[in-house]
Design a protein around this ligand. Structure first.
Ligand code: GLN
Length: 344
């Protein structure tokens, strides 16, 4: 005699099994995915929570950056379906600075293959400041990784082009595609200010050249790098650039594939290890997200398959990372259990 259950009981057992499975999965994931209403609320919440934090100071080694109003503060999220959630000063164009570095590395990966970054620059974190000369001296890969100044300039040196004008044109067009087909400006005063004071970076480029780890003329490539750092982005635009990475290389607004899907996890790996320089460990601990900071006060963090989160605030800590931007992103990550180290 078979032991089959009567049909109604069998259906009930099935429903119970599915419910139990769903509950177990939700528990394993830590927290459920944030809804649109959650995201709309959390950007306001993070803005309000940290608006009055006055710690830190604008970068001033680039004189023009000291003039950016210190109280500016914006928080923006763009999801992989292209929805934008924003609070505060999210339409102010600030200089992208080092947040440009992963995007140029992405361009090099696209044009020359991901291994060009690993072989010709390196992918190890330095544990040292962004403009360290010692890292170049100590670490056998020399340029170290594409997210410190040495490696970022080496990445610019690798971008294939017949002259500096074409090189910069390719870089800005690439960023514009990442940002959803918008026009991005070069912030002329910031460019002039950094170009007049970038001798340290010029020295690093020549040092790399002496080790055969620079692939173009050090003077012109450093100038293209300086101009790249002076590209203006708003918090919303930067979040859209990050969302292209979160979305596996397809821009959520245009639906166009910008970069190869297989390069995205490699780029995010380098961002996780090196995006915050000598604060990468603290950042991994607090936020658990691939991210990149810049001395213009912008930070982009990427939640693969979900969203990008951007904070912008000019006051920096000693490592050159924006204090309120870090706090805002850490708050959002913790609230929704977005750390990559959660049991998703
Ligand atoms: N343009 C800046 C520099 O090269 C970028 C540094 C940064 O944002 N950490 O010094």
């Amino acid at each position: 005699m078979s032991m089959s259950l009567p049909p109604r009981l069998a259906r009930l057992a099935g429903v119970i099994a599915i419910a139990a499975f769903t509950a177990a999965t939700a528990q394993a994931r830590g927290k459920p995915d944030p809804s649109p209403a959650d995201l709309a609320a959390v950007v306001q919440e993070a803005y309000a929570a940290f608006k009055d934090v006055k710690d830190g100071a604008n970068a001033d080694y680039i004189p023009e950056l000291a003039k950016v109003p210190s109280d500016l503060f914006g928080v923006a999220i763009v999801t992989v379906d292209g929805k934008v959630y924003a609070a505060g000063d999210v339409d102010y164009a600030f200089s992208i600075q080092s947040v440009s570095k992963p995007f140029t590395a992405a361009l090099v990966m696209e044009e020359l293959g991901a291994d060009s970054i690993k072989d010709k620059i390196g992918v190890e974190p330095t544990g040292q400041p962004f403009n360290a000369v010692m890292a170049v001296e100590q670490i056998p890969a020399r340029a170290v990784n594409p997210l410190v100044n040495a490696g970022a300039m080496a990445a610019v040196s690798l971008v294939p082009a017949k002259d500096p004008k074409e090189k910069f044109g390719k870089i800005i067009k690439w960023y514009e595609a990442m940002a959803g087909g918008v026009d991005l400006p070069v912030l002329k005063d910031i460019y002039a200010s950094e170009a007049a004071t970038n001798q340290h970076n010029v020295a690093i480029a020549w040092l790399l050249k002496s080790y055969d780890r620079f692939y173009d003329d050090p003077m012109t490539a450093t100038d293209v790098y300086t101009k790249q750092c002076s590209i203006g982005v708003t918090a919303k635009q930067l979040a859209m650039m990050g969302a292209t990475l979160a979305n596996g290389g397809v821009n959520p607004a245009t639906g166009k594939r910008v970069m190869k899907a297989e390069n995205v996890p490699k780029l995010l790996a380098v961002m996780t290890m090196a995006g915050f320089y000598d604060e990468a460990g603290t950042w991994a601990w607090e936020a658990g997200l691939a991210g990149k900071t810049g001395v213009g006060g912008g930070i982009v963090a990427v939640v693969p398959g979900k969203m990008a989160i951007v904070g912008f605030s000019p006051r920096l800590n000693k490592a050159g990372n924006s204090i309120r931007a870090m706090k805002a992103i850490e708050h959002i990550s913790a609230k929704f259990g977005l750390s990559m180290f959660e049991a998703h």
